[in-house]
Design a protein around this ligand. Sequence first.
Ligand SMILES: Cc1ncc(COP(=O)(O)O)c(C=O)c1O
Length: 388
Amino acid sequence: MKDQTKLAVLGRDSRANHGIVNPPVYHASTVLFPTVEALRNRNQGPGRKVVYGLHGTPTTFALEEAVAELEGGVDAVLTPSGLSAITLALTATLGSGDHLLVLDAVYGPTRRFCDQTLTRFGVETTYYDPLLGREISALIRPNTKVVFVESPASNSFEVQDIPAIAEAAHSAGALVMMDNTWASPLFFKPFEHGVDVSIQAATKYISGHADVMLGTVTATEAAMDRIRRTALELGLNAAPDDCYLALRGLRTMAVRLKQHQETALALANWLAGRPEVARVIHPGLPSDPGHRVWQRDFLGASGLFGVVLKPCPEKALEAMLDGLELFGMGFSWGGYESLILPTDPGRERVATTWEAEGPCLRIHAGLEDLEDLKEDLKKGLERLAGFR
Ligand SMILES: Cc1ncc(COP(=O)(O)O)c(C=O)c1O
């Protein structure tokens, strides 16, 4: 079955649900057992065991199964946000005395978790150049347990050579953990490229409507058991209504991503020709330094990309952004609406430097009409250029 078909059929069984197309939302804490024996065995009868709200309900199981199948792992665990999926995966896998390698352009809150919480628990983090491939071997130590990748990287969009990194990590006995949010489970198949643990901020494309916080961790059999047990030990629970909305989001994810991809590429190409723009950072553009690896490993590009403007006064940038009508300014991305954000991809780097001609922007191409989006940006760039 192709992914587009899987999106329509996974995680639902209308015959088990009075013929109703979508699965019901189970709200649960307490689950009752009919006998002492059933209670002792945590066994409700045939099928998957429902034990306690925290351990999951048919609503959560449906989403877990769908995400695991799409990502290509054995099983998935849901968490209340993308960030908690990242912190769960790291917490479950690392312990005192372990060493962790993290790309220097990682999503900011992942870095803060490593620098603060993991440091307190005796885990040492080394940040590496996201452009390293096999050469990452030189940074791997006997106690390196995890190599964390995120491709393309947050805000600066470097494309990582994940198969080469995975080969180096595996030959040293380390796991590869990936934040796969940018590509979604549709545009990058992590387990086909050597990833052991794949994380989605389902807040973004899976939910797709800017109204849900949710994370997923999918893993190989070897890594999964510990992650599931740690999620229970930490008491992580994904809210049932949010799981329902994410399941509903999945149904249209392929058509949404197709449109996000098309509009983002068209905007990227158009912006690259504007006199106010120094360069556009989008792995789907043949001119992008990451294009070759992206083309080799990815099945598509989502709607998020970067723009470096030519040098301009701060107030000129504000004049551009403050007057935009269709591009909202706000955190997160992956919803149906277009977004724009000034970024500073060099701000927290410690192992590499970030060189940019002028201010950087991050654009999320939403599902609006392309010509309307161009017109909004065109007026914005004219405000920037005309600022005195
Ligand atoms: C690449 C990436 N990973 C993870 C997250 C965290 O997701 P959440 O906002 O659901 O915690 C974000 C959020 O912006 C992100 O951009």
